[in-house]
Design a protein around this ligand. Sequence first.
Ligand code: FAD
Ligand code: NDP
Length: 464
Amino acid sequence: LAPLDLFVIGGGSGGVAAARRAASYGASVGICEASRYGGTCVVRGCVPKKLMHYAASVPHAVRVARDYGWELSDPRLRWAQLQAVRNRETARLEGVYQSLLDKAGVERLTGRGRILGRDGDAFVVEVGEQRRLARRVLIAVGARAEQPEIPGLELAVTSDAVVEGEIPFPRRVAVLGAGYIGVELAGILNGCGAEVTVVLRGDQPLRGFDDDLRSDLTEQMTRGGIRMLPLTRVDGLERTASGIAVRGPHVPVEADLVIAALGRKPKPNTASLGLAELGVRLTANGAAYVDVGYETNVKGIFAVGDCCDHGGNALDGAGFDLTPIAIAEGRAFAERQFNQNPQVVRYDTVPTAVFSEPELGTVGLSEARARALGYDVAIYRTRFKPMRYTLGDHHRRTLMKLVVDRDGDRVLGCHMVGDDAAEIIQGLAVALTAGATKAQFDETVALHPTAAEEFVTMYQPAAS
Ligand code: FAD
Ligand code: NDP
């Protein structure tokens, strides 16, 4: 059997992007997927989560509609229907991913892949009963929810159950952890009508984000009806006659559903691939160390997406486990290997959003990070009641913040909490990628009346 040019293990965002791009340059490519094509993003991440975020925002939109003279009765959610239509859409997308691979001429296998070893200058990959030889193997197996040793944690579910599964509506929810997933699921379930408590060990949610955003979002989540329990240690979970109790020295919380949103790690996925036998170096979390071309220390073995260290860029704690990063890395790998194009991914202006209620969006450096890196920064900040809410009594506010380098005037970071933050920050990411200065923000004519125009009309620094 002639070796393939490339075999990809993992049919998620990174693996599919790499396989398709490589095949477009004439490479012979095979891919395997252990679960569902499309991977985390499509099946149990970004897409179903965003659909649920839209669903959860409806009661708020109805309240606002009443300010404008609409007569509307209180909305009632058919939770089972929401889960069914969401899953119908993700199944459709799964089919789209499969057909994109088929059209690209990629050989598509279903099953868990692992590398058995070498055969001459090729690697032997086993997928169930089948074997393939390949000159290059790309590891794109993603990450899985972390399950720290907390007694009774098996009583909790992970985001997979909420976002992919079909579960009864949980009237009382406890969310353990307040990173991206904890904050997003808290907002979604609160919007859908559950009583939500977020239990976090830190003083604020979303460690690593700008501190002004963290405190503002905490306040807005609280005013939106979510109970936040900061600095709270969880000693264990126990089933009670009426639910699940979250035990700890501070407050007992009882819930119908406990969601463990305590981080994600590649370890379980990369541990079973035969990488250790080949001598591939992994971080403590199980991510493969890769170079600028996404090659591991073993020639011919590559890794992209959540299961790699992003070429060392993730080592300082910056979170790059995002779909567009996995896709960009997959494509950059294929460009370098199959098109002699040494494309690199830019990690310094990666925009990211948390689909909380309201949304939080950010690109570039937080104030604390910029100061820690030695920048002398000027801070521009505004907080206001958006025009949309001026006819009614709503707690929703918008916070915008710019972090500017005093030497050179470069805008280092744009941060926002408020409606449409994700959409607005995507636009500003172009400006940051182009190296925009504060003077250029000021020169940009405002688009009126919008909330976004405040980003180009903050003339006075707020703090030194
Ligand atoms: P994955 O998409 O995880 O793909 C890996 C694939 O490999 C999986 O399908 C898995 O089944 C398969 N696999 C694993 N082991 C094997 C094996 N041995 N053989 C064969 N196949 C295997 N990111 C955003 O940018 N925006 C968001 O809004 C967002 N929301 C998210 C919400 C949730 C709830 C979660 C969990 C994640 C979210 N993410 C979001 C993160 C995003 O989903 C991931 O960063 C992205 O999917 C990573 O792509 P990947 O290709 O590295 O891995
Ligand atoms: P995060 O790393 O974002 O957050 C993990 C949370 O769990 C933090 O609050 C952390 O607290 C807490 N935690 C970790 N270990 C423990 C422990 N032993 N006891 C108590 N608390 C603990 O992970 P998520 O699971 O929320 O998300 C995983 C990744 O998925 C994200 O980093 C992101 O890359 C991606 N994602 C992206 C989304 C988007 O783009 N909108 C949405 C969802 C996920 P502390 O802060 O104190 O460490």
